[in-house]
Ligand binder design. Structure first.
Ligand SMILES: Nc1nc2c(ncn2[C@@H]2O[C@H](COP(=O)(O)OP(=O)(O)OP(=O)(O)O)[C@@H](O)[C@H]2O)c(=O)[nH]1
Ligand SMILES: [Mg+2]
Length: 383
């Protein structure tokens, strides 16, 4: 019986020792070593951790090995106040035409003055699209003046040519756009496809808004599906109202509604965009006359502006003749002069057609529209 009791006591004591041993072993295993799958792993992890702790301790207590002299933190460089990018001058915009003329003038005048010089000058003006009759008249006058002033140097002749060109434009022509004394001012904009009508309208609207006028645009180009989207973008950009109908609607009806809208809301200026059309298509040209008549039933049309693309050169002249009779054109807007070497077309439009150029387009941006001034224009071409 005692033997049995001793045996039970021994087993119980053995169990207690076992449980205590396991508990101690568990406590020694830090939780970071949970990934250890064997005792070897466990030891390796423990060594690594100890090394890491030692390193942290040594960096915390070590004296700095050297005092690094740093220059005092530099004051941030003041942000350079740059003036807003200067707008290119007219001379820069007309660089293509200027280079074209300048090269030919230098060639013609570089050899001294003889008969060939005058012929070359005339050819240069014709190539610049001044038109043959005007070019020969200008050179005849220039030759007489050069003789009178005993001009012989290239600069003198160039100066006389500039005077001659400026005087070829009618100085008494009204180039400012007309405004109605009462009620909405109405400007109708016409021309062949892609000359820059909608872009010019956008630029005009922005300029008018900047000057404090209220503006409405009539999307009377109902022919091209994307036309009113393009006009909407310009209207939003300029802060102008837009009157439009569905694609395919009667452009006269759009113009009529737009006029009534502008009058009812006391809008200062209504600009009517029209679809581009070939000057040779009679029914389309007649449609322009109809739009104009519809507007005139309601009030006056102060301007009917023909937009001409300067890069089209002499073609612009035949376009202008047809549009002038169909839409009672009051003035021309000569666009894309920045991309043309044929700025001389301005003179042909004025001399051959008697149509005043009122504005020039010198780029695609909203500010790239300028009033036409013959002197600045000629100076920019020849200077
Ligand atoms: N470089 C340059 N591009 C221009 C000028 N005016 C217009 N353009 C460009 O010419 C292209 C045609 O312009 P639009 O205003 O759509 O011409 P549009 O006469 O309304 O064309 P349609 O309505 O299709 O007859 C566009 O790419 C314009 O950005 C300008 O003065 N200079
Ligand atoms: Mg258009």
């Amino acid at each position: 019986m005692f033997d049995g009791l001793w045996l039970e006591l021994a087993i119980g004591f053995g169990l207690i020792l076992l449980i205590a041993g396991v508990t101690v072993a568990r406590r020694r295993r830090p939780p970071t070593h949970r990934g250890a799958t064997s005792a070897k792993d466990f030891e390796a992890m423990e060594r690594a951790e100890r090394a890491a702790i030692d390193m942290r301790e040594s960096t915390r207590t070590a004296a700095p090995s050297a005092v690094i002299e740093r220059p005092p933190a530099e004051e941030p460089a003041p942000v350079e106040e740059r003036p807003p990018a200067a707008r290119p001058t007219l001379r820069e915009r007309l660089a293509k035409s200027r280079r074209f003329l300048a090269d030919r003038l230098s060639e013609a005048l570089g050899r001294g003055l003889d008969d060939a010089t005058w012929d070359d000058l005339e050819a240069a003006l014709i190539q610049a699209d001044v038109g043959a009759p005007s070019a020969s008249a200008i050179v005849a006058d220039l030759r007489a003046k050069a003789r009178e002033h005993r001009a012989s140097g290239p600069d003198e002749v160039r100066g006389l040519l500039a005077e001659e060109l400026i005087s070829s434009f009618d100085a008494d022509r009204t180039r400012a756009l007309g405004f109605a004394p009462v009620g909405p001012t109405v400007w109708l904009v016409v021309g062949v496809n892609g000359t820059g009508k909608t872009t010019t309208i956008g630029k005009l609207a922005a300029d008018l808004r900047e000057r404090g006028h209220s503006v409405a645009l009539a999307a009377a180009d109902t022919f091209r599906a994307a036309a009113d989207e393009q006009l909407t973008v310009w209207a939003e950009r300029a802060g102008a109202q837009l009157v439009k109908h569905q694609a395919g609607a009667d452009p006269g009806a759009v113009a009529f509604d737009a006029f009534r809208y502008a009058r009812a809301r006391e809008i200062d200026v209504l600009i009517v965009d029209t679809a581009g059309r070939l000057h040779t298509k009679r029914p389309l040209m007649d449609e322009l006359g109809k739009i104009r008549r519809v507007l005139e039933k309601e009030g006056d049309v102060q301007e009917s502006l023909l937009v001409l693309d300067a890069t089209a050169g002499q073609n612009g002249l035949s376009q202008a003749r047809e549009f002038a009779s169909a839409a009672g054109v009051t003035g021309a807007v000569l666009t894309k002069l920045d991309g043309s070497a044929k700025g001389g077309i301005a003179l042909a439009i004025e001399q051959d057609l008697g149509l005043p150029i009122k504005l020039i387009g010198v780029g695609e941006g909203v500010d790239d529209l300028e009033p036409f001034d013959p002197k600045s224009f000629v100076d920019a071409l020849l200077a």
